[in-house]
Design a protein around this ligand. Structure first.
Ligand code: SF4
Length: 290
């Protein structure tokens, strides 16, 4: 039986006091323990950002990679060893800015990856520049007269690109967040958990009091059906006096990329011989035509 403390690392988080990343770290540990996933059975890939230091604070297989390349590295890991569970944890800048094309491609390929995005609507690590999810008109050091860009809509983009599990959590609701991450881990295929996460140092307009007054759970919304893709897409745009969290869309699972790649039919690449039959066949074809 796996316990939450089994994931405790030896380093203490250096995040600011009150940062939403503390709850996300705890939520991931809780979800892994609840689903009996042992530290050696999971790889957590992160990008660059305050929250991407997360694998340093956990006992798991961790890979702290390049900015915006989190999902690209996770894709390689899944293809090399699809016996290993893979979770990505990165910020809104890493996931929806520098990594936007990887986000859309991971969704449409449907790799079996649990994608947790620490969405604080700012670049925290570099001291507060506007990010892809910042609101239009945001005043920051890089937008002193207000940002001109409108915010991306990650949940709507994921639904449009074909994701079959799309959700949003809030770091101020830890139990609910742990439950969401667990549901995403259970889902076969790409699963998004966008997490509203206050950056208490550089984005005070989206602090806990802002979210606490507005956030509500879709599970408590009478008549909301998470299998209705059109309703989910519309709900993904709700932002203002009320902000929904929960499972926006849960569709029927579809075949994952890993299930369809011919080279992976004989099992994970790491368990196949260095020169499997398909490489020999490719060499024979090359000899014939080149
Ligand atoms: Fe968290 Fe913001 Fe501090 Fe970074 S700067 S650790 S995101 S509160």
């Amino acid at each position: 039986m796996v316990a939450r403390k089994d994931f405790d690392g030896t380093e203490r988080p250096t995040w600011c006091r009150g940062c939403g990343n503390h709850a996300i770290l705890n939520g991931i540990k809780m979800a892994l323990a609840e689903h009996d996933i042992a530290p050696h059975e999971i790889l957590i890939v992160t990008g660059i950002g305050c929250g991407s230091k997360l694998p340093h604070y956990m006992k798991v297989n961790g890979y702290h990679t390049l900015h915006g390349r989190t999902l690209a590295v996770a894709t390689g890991a899944r293809l090399a060893n699809h016996g290993l569970r893979v979770m990505t944890v990165h910020g809104d800048g890493d996931g929806y800015g520098e990594g936007l094309s990887h986000f859309l491609n991971a969704v449409r390929r449907n790799l079996n990856i649990t994608d947790v995005v620490q969405d604080n609507r700012i670049y925290g690590l570099t001291k507060g520049q506007y990010s892809p999810t910042s609101e239009r008109g945001k005043h920051t050091p890089t937008s002193p007269e207000g940002s001109i860009d409108g915010p991306v809509q990650p949940l709507a983009m994921a639904i449009t690109a074909g994701a079959t599990f799309v959700s949003r959590g809030y770091s101020g609701e830890l139990r609910h967040l742990a439950w969401l991450i667990g549901e995403a881990l259970k889902h076969p295929g790409y699963a998004l958990v966008d997490v509203l996460q206050p950056c208490v140092t550089f984005n005070r307009s989206y602090a806990y009091d802002f979210y606490n007054e507005r956030v509500y759970r879709l599970e408590d919304e009478e008549g909301y059906d998470p299998t209705d893709r059109t309703a989910a897409w519309e709900k993904a745009h709700e932002w203002g006096e009320r902000i929904p969290i929960g499972i926006f869309y849960r569709g029927e699972p579809i075949p994952t990329y890993e299930e369809q790649v011919p080279a992976l039919r004989a099992g994970p690449l790491v368990k196949q011989p260095l020169e499997p039959e398909w490489i020999r066949r490719m060499e024979a074809i090359k000899q014939k035509y080149v």
